[in-house]
Design a binder for this molecule. Structure first.
Ligand code: HEM
Length: 191
């Protein structure tokens, strides 16, 4: 018997179908995404092609680039996974970073992300209330509209904490390197 291989490539398909109802969509920077009513997050499968989508994005989970051993140990101890029944709110936030960011060497990017911006230390304070999954887009091809697709799930009561976290990160030096971002808020409306 072979164990199932967990999916790494996900499609985010916006249109009139899908279990997640769009409650609000805000363009933070760069070009906006077209309006839609629903979103489906679909693991890739052979021959999958999004039909009648208003827009569709792809992203793939990957190895971590920046976390230290101590940070990883702390994250693993505190974080919870997606799909918790009480966490029926979600945020889909696609992000693109500037050419200047990508021209930096790894150690300088880590310095901005953590020494200057405390991205991981700040984010850690919001665990386990906020569950997250980071998807990378850059290595899927040079035509990708975003570099990352971030996905977060939380209970309705944690919405203001999530907004506070976002405001803190957006005010940090790391966000000087973000040139396209949309913030799409969702509620699970059943399959
Ligand atoms: C919920 C609390 C959060 C925690 C614990 C957290 C933690 C992390 C960690 C550990 C990484 C680095 C992964 C690696 O080593 O490659 C990361 C990357 C990232 N996070 Fe967060 N994060 C949180 C919230 C957020 C929020 C609210 C956003 C905004 C949308 C965000 C956007 C990103 C992006 C775009 C990256 C990739 C950065 C890059 O590789 O340049 N995170 N996060």
């Amino acid at each position: 018997m072979t164990a199932a291989i967990p999916a790494r490539l996900f499609h985010f398909v916006a249109g009139n179908n899908g279990p997640w109802r769009i409650e609000g969509a805000q363009c933070i920077s760069g070009a906006p995404l077209p309006a839609a009513a629903r979103i489906a997050m679909v693991p890739d499968s052979p021959g999958f092609h999004p039909d009648r989508a208003s827009w569709s994005l792809r992203g793939i989970t990957s190895n971590e680039r920046y976390v230290t051993r101590d940070e990883k140990t702390a994250l693993v101890a505190k974080q919870e996974g997606l799909g918790r029944p009480q966490a029926n709110c979600a945020a889909l936030i696609p992000i693109r970073k500037t050419a200047a960011w990508w021209a930096l060497p790894q150690d300088e990017r880590r310095h901005i992300l953590e020494a200057q911006s405390q991205h991981i230390a700040i984010g850690m304070k919001y665990l386990p209330a906020i569950a997250r999954r980071l998807h990378h887009c850059r290595d899927l091809g040079s035509d990708q509209p975003f570099d990352f697709i971030t996905w977060f799930e939380f209970a309705p009561a944690d919405t203001s904490a999530f907004d506070e976290l976002l405001a803190t990160l957006r005010a940090s030096p790391e966000w000087n390197y973000v040139d396209r971002e949309s913030d799409i808020r969702l509620v699970h409306a059943g399959d």
